[in-house]
Design a protein around this ligand. Sequence first.
Ligand SMILES: *Cc1c(COP(=O)(O)O)cnc(C)c1O
Length: 443
Amino acid sequence: MNGTNEINTDTQNIYKELEISEQVYHFSREILESLKARFDEIDKNAEYNQLKVIKAMQQNKVSEACLSGTTGYGYNDLGRETLEAVYASVFHAEDALVRPQITCGTHALALALMSNLRPGDELLSPAGKPYDTLEEVIGIRPSKGSLAEYGVSYKQIDLLADGSFDYDRIRNAVSEKTKLVTIQRSKGYQTRSTFSVKAIGELIAFVKAIKPDVICMVDNCYGEFVERIEPVEVGADMVVGSLIKNPGGGLAPIGGYIAGKKECVENAAYRLTSPGLGKEVGASLGVLRDFYHGLFLAPTVTASALKGAIFAANLYEKLGFKVIPNAVESRHDIIQAVEFGTPEGVIAFCKGIQAAAPVDSFVTPEPWDMPGYDSQVIMAAGAFVSGSSIELSADGPIKPPYAVYFQGGLTFEHARFGIMKSLQSLVNAGIVSLPPKIMSKKN
Ligand SMILES: *Cc1c(COP(=O)(O)O)cnc(C)c1O
């Protein structure tokens, strides 16, 4: 037996100890073998983005002193100011606000909107319905403190049936009142495709040709570091996201960011803290080291999550399930949907993901009545940071088409194991039977 075989046997044995059957092991391996070229391309993007982050850290002279934080008012917080300069460089923006006081992605988006809109202004969404939680921010669903309550109106132009932008209706929707245009990069929980940065650039150019001074904001959640370019490079005035998704690299324990035009970022800072104070206050406490360290890891962590999504798409498509995006499509975010068509499929999948977790692997997820949803939802997450969805996680509403949405994986090895566990769980429940002939004779 040569060295390589011994290693493979070891690996196979430990998979076995973790209750992965030989059949699931071999089936997964066959799928992975076919993805080498695809993964190579992702590694090349990760290499580019890794260098982009290092370059930004070097140019902005990140020092050891930047890693420790301030308390109290947080005046002259070198680490915070340098980190914001690093984010500005990475996103090709004039300025950035990166704070633990921004509690989540929804908060970052609400902050960007509420600080840059004034009573009488209109917000336009030219690419259909925004993310669920923004419905209450905007006031699409009446809510305390919404933009609607403050006299900001809202217009939405849905995508055409083929998923493209409805340019004629967008042209008619832009008026004197239109102050800000919001574009969501990721599909979130919708069935449309995620927009490429290039497509976002075309939409921004179209809108700016009609009204050059309109502010174009991009909800960048789940999109960071998936491509080599980011939305500011194609004309966005602001990009907004969560640090417990891609740019936190799995290490940021909280936080959000807004990067873009100086004036837009300033407005957000005056709203986050107070008029007159803006960016000057806001102690960073003890989180800066994790913010820097996480951003440093973010390109390769995002690449791992992306590989996991592509692996799952190929594996489940081969087994006959509908997967969105499909096995060969180009990727613009890290979310993968798989349609099982039955509640049992969704539940078995989520149980498998949970069983693969480093934390809470022994708990069994169950569907529950989650506030704000019109059906029961099942969630699988065994994360180091609560609710972090750059870590391997899955959730599915218990309603047709019985699709599960999953994302993340701080390492590809974990994403791979999680997907193998999900398949094992479906096999054990009798929902999936593996084709015997695909089993490899080697090893
Ligand atoms: C996650 C997400 C949000 C909201 O972020 P939270 O941190 O969950 O509040 C907004 N938009 C998109 C596209 C997202 O994926």
